[in-house]
Each structure stands twice: as C-alpha cells, then as structure tokens.
Design a binder for this molecule. Structure first.
Ligand SMILES: NC(=O)c1ccc[n+]([C@@H]2O[C@H](COP(=O)([O-])OP(=O)(O)OC[C@H]3O[C@@H](n4cnc5c(N)ncnc54)[C@H](OP(=O)(O)O)[C@@H]3O)[C@@H](O)[C@H]2O)c1
Length: 247
C-alpha cells in the first residue's frame, strides 16, 4: 500500500555528487508530537469510559460526552472515571487537543462533522456486523473503516488506534515505559504530526506505541488483520504487523 508520509531523505554532496539515503526508522513516530493536555471523548460506553479512566490517571484533563444531555452520563462518568467531566459534545470538543470518537459505527452519522472541523480525531471504532447491522460501505471497505470515517469528517485529521484492544484490557494491561512485556498498540494516520501526537498519548496511557503507516495501512488493525485483540510486546507485535502487511 502507498504511504503518503515522508519515508526517506536523500542528501547529495554537491562536490562529489555522491548521495546518501536516510530512511525513517520503521514503526517509529514519523514527526514531533504536539502538546496535549485536554482530551474529549465522544461516547460514554464501555471503551469511552475505560479510556477516560486511564487518561485521567495518566494526567490528562478528560471530558466525556454522550449523544445528548450531559446529565444522562454524569453519574457513570463520576463512578467509572472520577476526575473526568461530563459535558455536551460541543463543550467537550471546544478547545480539546484531541477528540476520541468511541460510538458504535452504526451511530457515527449522529456525530456532527462540523463539530470536528480542525480537530485531531482518534478513531477507536470497529465495524461489527452483529452490533452494527449490515452497512455495505463498512462491510466492503478494502481501505479499512477509518478511511471512510476520515471522509465523513473532512475537516479533521483522523488517527486510527485503540480499536484492537478490548476495553477491559485497557486498565489491566497498562504499564510504565520500559517495563518488560509492556503491551504494544499501533497507530495509523495520513497525518504525521497527528500520528506522533497520538503515539505520545498512547505511551502516557501505558502502552508502547508503534507507527503502522497511513490510514489505509491501518486495515491490519481491524478484525482479521492479524493484530486485532493480540496482547504482545513491541517486538512480537512488530513481527505480526510485518506479516499482516506482507499478505
Ligand atoms: N468494547 C470494546 O472492547 C471495544 C474496544 C475497542 C473498540 N471498540 C469500538 O468502539 C466503539 C464503541 O464501543 P463500545 O463497546 O464502547 O460501545 P457501547 O458500550 O455501546 O458505547 C457506545 C456509546 O456511544 C454513545 N453514543 C452514540 N452516539 C453518540 C454520539 N453521537 N455522541 C456521543 N456518544 C454517542 C452511546 O450512547 P447511547 O447508548 O445513548 O446511544 C453509548 O453510550 C465501537 O465501534 C466498538 O467497535 C470497542
């Protein structure tokens, strides 16, 4: 698959005309991250609240929004993710450094695209037919579901990650950087700085971030792609990613 991001730099010595090619280290962050302090999460369900809890513990200012009045989710947020704020979607997104979208894909059309203009969107969603029903555009998506999500939110920079870990593992598998066996999670995006920013957040959340390429490359993170639901450290995960990309 193609990769829209910078892969290598060729430096030419003008006196000798000799050239040296420096390749970007595979799986390393493709750019410098932006600062992140405030994170909005759309969806106060299983994965949204598990992420809220972990991100509060990681030191972020976390806001959570449901589909309607924040009063409907304030109790669950207070109990499951103490320290996170329940807000309306508009208030949660305003001024947030990134927005995690954690709603079922069959409800994605209820998220107002104008709300996400100019934002960094983290797409943690999977197409799951028993839950989502048959939705042809997601069922037949060779470039993966996140490429479709990116087209639905044209004003956002979309990053795919966290879709391949069960919500119940987010708390139990978090580890400090450098811990032996720390679980790896992959990040894919067409936007280098956005990918690097989300990788920094994944690291602070408690996982080893691995850059998996552009959004279309992120299809390997989906069910059937080889790394879905797999608990492996960095080296093991990279080996499986290589296998998945070679298919
Ligand atoms: N469960 C997991 O382990 C896991 C792991 C990784 C990724 N994922 C993916 O993450 C997504 C969410 O999964 P989940 O298990 O957390 O689902 P869930 O428990 O059903 O939670 C989804 C939540 O999103 C809310 N919602 C619906 N439309 C919304 C909108 N426009 N704005 C804000 N919130 C909205 C729902 O509220 P209402 O019920 O009131 O509609 C519900 O509380 C799915 O695509 C899933 O495949 C799940």
């Amino acid at each position: 698959m193609g990769n829209a991001l910078l892969q290598s730099i060729v430096v030419v010595d003008m006196s000798t005309n000799a050239s040296v090619e420096y390749s970007r280290a595979p799986y390393a962050a493709p750019a410098h991250p932006r600062d992140v302090s405030t994170i909005a999460i759309l969806g106060a369900g299983r994965v949204g609240t598990a992420l809220a809890r972990g991100l509060v513990e990681a030191g972020f200012d976390v806001r959570v929004a449901g589909p309607g009045n924040p009063d409907q989710i304030s109790l669950i947020v207070e109990v499951v993710a103490p320290g996170a704020q329940a807000l309306s979607a508009a208030d949660a997104v305003a001024g947030a450094d990134l927005v995690i979208v954690a709603v079922p894909l069959h409800k994605i059309a209820t998220v107002d695209p104008s709300l996400l203009n100019g934002t960094l969107v983290v797409d943690v969603m999977n197409y799951w037919e028993p839950i989502d029903g048959h939705i042809p555009r997601f069922a037949e998506a060779p470039e993966g579901t996140s490429a479709i999500v990116a087209r639905m939110f044209p004003g956002a920079q979309v990053v795919k990650t966290l879709n391949h870990i069960g919500y119940h593992d987010i708390e139990s598998d978090r580890r400090e950087p450098g811990d032996v066996g720390r679980r790896a999670l992959a990040v894919a995006s067409d936007h280098a700085e956005a990918a690097a920013t989300v990788m920094m957040v994944i690291d602070k959340l408690g996982f080893d971030p691995i850059y998996a390429g552009d959004l279309a490359d992120g299809v390997v993170l989906e069910a059937g792609g080889g790394v879905f639901g797999v608990r492996l450290d960095r080296d093991g995960f990279v080996g499986l990613l290589d296998e998945g990309r070679a298919r």
